[in-house]
Design a protein around this ligand. Structure first.
Ligand code: SF4
Length: 361
């Protein structure tokens, strides 16, 4: 696993964002910090905020990373790693839902980091797609949209993908989201069933389905780019067929429908045996949903499905979706010809479960 939070020590006592450079010839911005010393387990840098040191990763690995140094916490957070295609900014840990399988259980407190995160986005590598998640980012919708717009204005090469529960879009947002800049923003929004009772039960919020349905209408009116997301659960797997028909009948405007396997972390960890669906034993519900979507021209894809657990005909839809920093493969995978294209497993997926299903292709 790649560490995103590293021990750090700094002269400054206020949090700051900087881009790390190991070579003076790469220093392009006042916000860049230049390496002044290094060993195999860390490096020291000098920049506009003085001297600081980061431990736990070699200078070579840190080169080009945009970090948030929080001196009082003794921490450097790798916000945007140059070598990664999977950079996601956490804008809040608060949420107004309580999903039964939440991978990042919400907190009551919020630390406002929008100004720092905006600085980080402005230092992103060219042509970067930046993920935004929470908690629920749109709880702070005005600040979120302002940050996004400032970055889109300053960096015409940058795009955003924002995960949201879709509970906070209003009619007043439609004109704002119609702005051409938002063609570079896509929204990842979860829907777990075509019936209110099942969806509300999964997200732990009465009325969430109805509110979400209204939001989809607003997003459609705004011409927003939406990726629909459905996590496979024991409580919705039998309703996937109905959901597929709802998607093709009512949500044809979406860019893609991602059907996702469960992550063994957060709330799902303690409920694993109750919630996890063995799609390798019965792929029919997933296949039926994929067939319905594809038949009607809705792009469908599978996230977090190891290729060898998917019937051959459906493997083209299984994306290598797990971010590099939290991905693992098992020992037998070394012999697999599809390793490059496979999602593999989350770092925290139980080894015995993974070993029970891996079959090198
Ligand atoms: S053997 Fe490993 S790499 Fe190959 S398809 Fe299965 S999980 Fe993926």
């Amino acid at each position: 696993m790649i560490l995103l939070n590293l021990p750090a020590f700094a002269e400054s006592n206020i949090p700051f964002v900087t881009r790390l450079r190991t070579s003076a010839s790469d220093k392009r911005d006042i916000a860049d910090s230049l390496m002044i010393d290094a060993d195999s387990m860390g490096a020291s840098f000098a920049g506009a905020h003085g001297l600081f040191a980061i431990d736990g990763v070699s200078a070579e690995d840190l080169d080009g990373d945009v970090v948030l140094v929080t001196p009082l916490a003794g921490r450097a957070e790798r916000l945007l790693r140059r070598a990664s295609r999977h950079n996601t900014l956490l804008v809040t840990e608060r949420c107004d839902q309580l999903c039964v399988m939440c991978s990042q259980p919400p907190k009551k407190t919020h630390v406002d980091r929008f100004a720092l995160l905006e600085q980080a986005c402005l230092l992103a590598e060219p042509d970067t797609l930046i993920g935004v998640s929470g908690g629920e980012p749109t709880l702070y919708k005005q600040k979120l949209l302002s940050m996004i717009e400032h970055v889109l204005d300053a960096r015409p090469d940058v795009q955003f993908h924002i995960l949201s529960n879709g509970q906070h879009f209003e009619r007043d947002d439609v004109d704002r989201l119609r702005d051409p800049r938002y063609r570079r923003v896509s929204w990842g929004i979860p829907l777990y069933a075509a019936d209110a009772a099942t969806h509300d039960d999964v997200v732990g919020k009465h009325g969430a389905f109805v509110r979400l349905r209204d939001s989809f209408a607003l997003l459609m009116a705004a011409g927003a780019r939406v990726e629909l997301r459905t996590v496979l659960l024991s409580t919705n797997v039998d309703k996937l067929h109905d959901l597929a028909h709802f998607v093709v009948a009512r949500l044809r405007f979406i860019e893609a429908w991602s059907i996702m396997q469960l992550e063994h972390i957060g709330f799902a960890k303690g409920r694993w045996r109750d919630l996890f669906v063995r799609h390798d034993l019965n792929f029919t519900p997933v296949a039926t949903a994929l067939d319905a979507a594809l038949l009607h021209g809705v792009r469908a894809q599978l996230f977090n499905f190891p290729l060898c657990t998917v019937p051959a005909a459906y493997r083209p839809y299984a994306i290598a979706s797990i971010s590099d920093w939290k991905n693992k493969t098992m020992a037998p995978c070394q012999q697999c010809s599809e390793r490059e294209h496979c999602a593999g497993f989350f770092e925290w997926h139980p080894d015995e479960d993974a070993m029970a299903v891996v079959t090198p292709l």
